[in-house]
Every structure is written in structure tokens, then in C-alpha cells.
Design a protein around this ligand. Structure first.
Ligand code: 8BR
Ligand code: 8BR
Ligand code: GLC
Length: 454
């Protein structure tokens, strides 16, 4: 398959049309990511000072939340040991203070909304309205220039302003991101792949706090949008999810009445009750974006344990199992588009047809490669440069298997009345960091698709 040519033409098509899609509404989670690239010797010394035995306990099993230093350091080791991501709420003030003093190498825009706002508004120049739970100086300073707006109420009227123009001074919601490369070693552990542990010193996004301006004027704010992306449900628990879910349900009703397609960015949601509640809500979304761990976690609450296991059994993930799972999810919920991404390839299942679905995935893979390489997507030019990264060889057997099973041609086939679109991605050999690549992929593909429809 001549993927190089398809990549080049998809990019050109999306680029020339991307500004025509109108405004995108982004809600709800925005925070500050304080990125700390771990140093093995430093981490080891800290573990010893806090007490090896206490720390190791948590490297075996994650605590539910971080309330002490052994829990913080143990959770970091849990991630390193497995090469897996994890994110926990940090409750204790003294641990938050410890993380602050430990420091960071870089402050970056964080949260699905923040990352997407900077990418869509700051790079693609697509106007966005973002929900930012707390507008501190530090937070507003991380927004790029461009058509990025937050609603504010002045003299009883809703006004859209760039976050940097926000006059107040609110709290900083800081997520400490402890990143490590593949092969990173500490004590007896060696990381099988690059990843991160996130400690969230944040009382707003973690409970899905929604600002008054948004709650009281949602209809008016939504009316000016043509697309919406919702995210930030992942940190809720069975104790606190009911109230925010009621508001989200109301917001979805407004968006659906206005005919605005809504994408849900599904991040890893440890609480099963919350996952079930999300599943019940999925039918109100046009589209959902997720990775293999997230798809498996949904299959589990749907009672599809065997399929869930299959999704986690192979590397690269078996695309036939993924397709089966996507079909089950689409049929159960009625959602129109499911976008699956994993290391090496993406799949999209849609109840509509056309090459534009695949082309939007290709565009997204270029943006993802730029994000992996630099940690941020600074400009469209950096996305063009990603064209030079070769298409990933690991995806070849995946493509062969889809061609055999579903007679796929040029990345497109028909399965059970749906269109299945596939692309092999570009993989950056030494990524700068791992956080936020998923958001870059999902938002680029979703809005890219609508750019190509317009
Ligand atoms: P990646 O490592 O491929 O990014 O996949 C997400 C992983 O995050 C899953 O394997 C899941 O185990 C882990 N994870 C996250 Br995120 N938060 C977690 C949590 N609070 N508890 C357990 N695992 C978590
Ligand atoms: P999640 O955090 O939602 O799992 O998204 C991460 C996605 O980033 C993966 O599914 C994979 O497609 C992509 N990715 C990763 Br991880 N490392 C990458 C790399 N080095 N180059 C390009 N894409 C990468
Ligand atoms: C989660 C984290 C946030 C990070 C984002 C990246 O929302 O809480 O810190 O920036 O994921 O995807």
C-alpha cells in the first residue's frame, strides 16, 4: 500500500479546509502539567530516605489516592516497573508541598481541554471556547495566542475573551507528571517502555467542577459552536459522580437539540461505577476516542471479559478483536463513530462511509508524531516535517490481517453495516514525552473529519 502518498494528500486536504469548520466547544478539564523527567539516582535516594519497605508496598499495588510520601514514591515505581501510565489524586498538603519542592523541568498546558485548545486554536487556528475551571496567572500564561476563548460575564452579559485577558486571580491546578524513558532504571526495576505517573494536586478537575458562567449560560455558549469535545470524567468516583453527570446529561441534551456533534475523549477511568455511567451516556455522543486499555475496560463492564482479555493479550493489539469490541460497543450504544488508537495503528468504525474518515486519521497521525517528538505541536510546519518519519513496520501484519478478514482496500472496508477505516501510524523512535499524545490524535481526527465534510 502506498501510504506515503495517502499521507501527503490527506494532509493537504485537511490543511486547506480546517479553518472552515466553525467554533469548537471544549469542556471540562484544563490544568497545568508540571513535567518532571525522573533521574534514577535522585529517585533512589528519595526512596531510601522515606523508607524502602514502606515504598515498595505501593509499587506492588497502587493506593486509591496519594496521602503520604511512601504512596507517592511507591506509585511512581509501580508505573516504572510496568511501563504503564497511572494517575492519582494527591490529597495531602504535605505531599503536595514535597512535589512542589522536588520541582519540575517544564510547565506545560494540561488536561484534555487545555491541550486541545492550544492545538486547535493556537496551531490549527480553529476558534475554540474552552472550559477552564481555575484561571490562575500560571494557567492563563500557558494558553497560546490565537482564537481561544473563555466565557466571562460582564454587566450581566456573556463575553468571550482570550484567557490571558481574564482579570481575576484564581487557584493553580497542578498535575505533577513524572516521565521516564524506556530502559529507565531505579533500584531493581527497569522500565519496559516510556511512560509517566501523574500526581494530581488539583481539587477542581478531579471532581469535575463546572464554573457558574458555564452552568448558567450553557445554551447561549453552545449556540455559537459547530462541534464539541467533552472530557474529564475519568477522575470521578462512585461517591461523587452523580451530580456532575446530571449536568453533563443536561449539556448533552442542549448540544443534541442544537444538532452539534459531540466527541467524548475517554481517558482511563479506574472506578467501575463511573465507567458504567459513561457507557449509559454514550448514545448521546456522536463519537468516542479511546486506546486498548480503555476499550478493554469498557468491555469488562459490558460483561465481555474474554474480549477484554484478548485486547490486552497481543502487541500490537489484535485488530480483529478490536473490531469485534467496537461493533459490540456501537450496537449497544448507537454511537456513530468509534476511534481506536494504539501504538502503531488507528481504526475507526463509523455508521457512515467515505475516504474522509481515513484521511482524517492520517492527518491525526502526523500531528501525533510531532507531539511525540517535541512534547508540543508548535506549528503546522512541524506537522509537515513528520511526513519524513517512516510508516511503522509493526502495522504490516495488522494490515494483512484486516485485508484477509474484511477484504480491506486502501485502509477501508465494510463490516456489519459499518465502515471500518485503518491506518498504520508513524512512530517517533525517541519521544520527548508521552503525555497528551492521545488528545492530539483524537481531536485532530475528529475535527479533521468535519473539515473534510465541509
Ligand atoms: P497506557 O499505559 O498504555 O497509557 O495505558 C493506560 C494505563 O493506565 C492502563 O494500563 C491502566 O492500568 C493505567 N492506569 C491509569 Br492511567 N490510572 C490508573 C489508576 N488510577 N489505577 C490503575 N491503573 C491506572
Ligand atoms: P494514550 O495516552 O491515550 O494511550 O495515547 C497514546 C497514543 O500515542 C498511543 O495510542 C500511540 O498511538 C501514540 N504514541 C505513543 Br504512546 N508513542 C508514540 C510515538 N513515539 N510516536 C508516535 N505516536 C506515539
Ligand atoms: C489527564 C491529566 C492531565 C494531562 C492529560 C493528558 O487529563 O490529568 O494532567 O495533561 O491527561 O492527556
Amino acid at each position: 500500500m502506498a501510504w506515503g502518498r495517502l499521507y501527503a494528500s490527506a494532509f493537504e486536504k485537511v490543511r486547506t479546509r480546517i479553518r472552515e469548520i466553525g467554533r469548537v466547544l471544549l469542556a471540562y478539564n484544563t490544568n497545568i502539567d508540571a513535567i518532571h523527567y525522573l533521574d534514577g539516582k535522585d529517585l533512589e535516594e528519595r526512596v531510601m530516605r522515606v523508607g524502602l519497605e514502606d515504598v515498595l508496598k505501593y509499587s506492588e499495588e497502587l493506593p486509591e489516592r496519594v496521602e503520604s510520601l511512601p504512596q507517592l514514591l511507591g506509585s511512581i515505581l509501580w508505573s516504572v516497573k510496568r511501563g504503564k501510565a497511572a494517575e492519582l489524586f494527591v490529597e495531602s498538603c504535605s505531599t503536595r508541598f514535597y512535589m512542589k519542592r522536588w520541582g519540575w523541568d517544564e510547565l506545560r498546558m494540561g488536561g484534555q481541554v487545555g491541550i486541545m485548545a492550544n492545538l486547535l486554536g493556537g496551531v490549527y487556528r480553529v476558534p475554540v471556547i474552552a472550559h477552564v475551571p481555575q484561571l490562575s496567572r500560571l494557567q492563563t500564561g500557558l494558553f497560546k495566542e490565537g482564537p481561544i476563548y473563555v466565557p466571562t460575564v460582564m454587566d450581566g452579559e456573556v463575553k468571550l475573551i482570550h484567557p490571558k485577558e481574564f482579570a481575576g486571580e484564581e487557584e493553580s491546578c497542578i498535575h505533577f507528571i513524572y516521565e521516564f524513558p524506556r530502559g529507565f532504571s531505579v533500584l531493581d526495576f527497569e522500565a519496559p517502555r516510556e511512560n509517566r505517573f501523574i500526581g494530581a494536586a488539583d481539587d477542581y478537575n478531579t471532581t469535575l467542577f463546572i464554573r457558574d458562567e458555564f452552568r448558567e449560560n450553557f445554551e447561549e455558549i453552545a449556540e455559537s459552536a459547530s462541534l464539541a469535545v467533552i472530557s474529564g470524567l475519568q477522575a470521578l468516583t462512585k461517591e461523587n459522580y452523580r451530580e456532575p453527570f446530571e449536568i453533563i446529561g443536561e449539556h448533552l441534551e442542549v448540544l443534541n437539540e442544537l444538532g452539534i456533534p459531540v466527541h467524548l475523549e475517554f481517558a482511563f477511568t479506574p472506578d467501575e461505577a463511573v465507567r458504567r455511567a459513561i457507557l449509559d451516556l454514550l448514545g448521546k455522543f456522536w463519537s468516542v476516542g479511546l486506546n486498548e486499555v480503555e476499550l478493554a475496560s469498557i468491555m469488562e463492564v459490558m460483561g465481555e471479559k474474554g474480549l477484554a482479555q484478548k485486547l490486552l493479550a497481543h502487541d500490537p493489539v489484535d485488530p480483529i478483536a478490536v473490531t469485534e469490541a467496537m461493533l459490540k460497543l456501537a450496537e449497544k450504544t448507537g454511537i456513530r463513530r468509534i476511534h481506536f488508537h494504539t501504538y502503531g495503528y488507528y481504526l475507526a468504525l463509523t455508521d457512515y462511509k467515505g475516504e474522509f474518515v481515513r484521511d482524517a486519521l492520517l492527518f491525526a497521525a502526523l500531528a501525533a508524531a510531532a507531539k511525540a517528538k517535541l512534547g508540543d505541536v508548535p506549528s503546522i510546519n512541524e506537522i509537515i516535517k513528520a511526513m519524513d518519519i517512516p510508516v511503522n513496520e509493526r502495522a504490516k501484519p495488522v494490515e494483512d490481517s484486516l485485508m484477509r478478514e474484511y477484504k480491506m482496500e486502501k485502509g477501508i472496508s465494510e463490516v456489519g453495516g459499518y465502515q471500518l477505516s485503518f491506518i498504520p501510524t508513524k512512530i517517533v523512535a525517541k519521544p520527548k514525552s508521552t503525555v497528551g499524545i492521545g488528545d492530539t490524535i483524537s481531536s485532530s481526527a475528529f475535527i479533521g473529519e468535519f473539515a473534510l465534510r465541509s
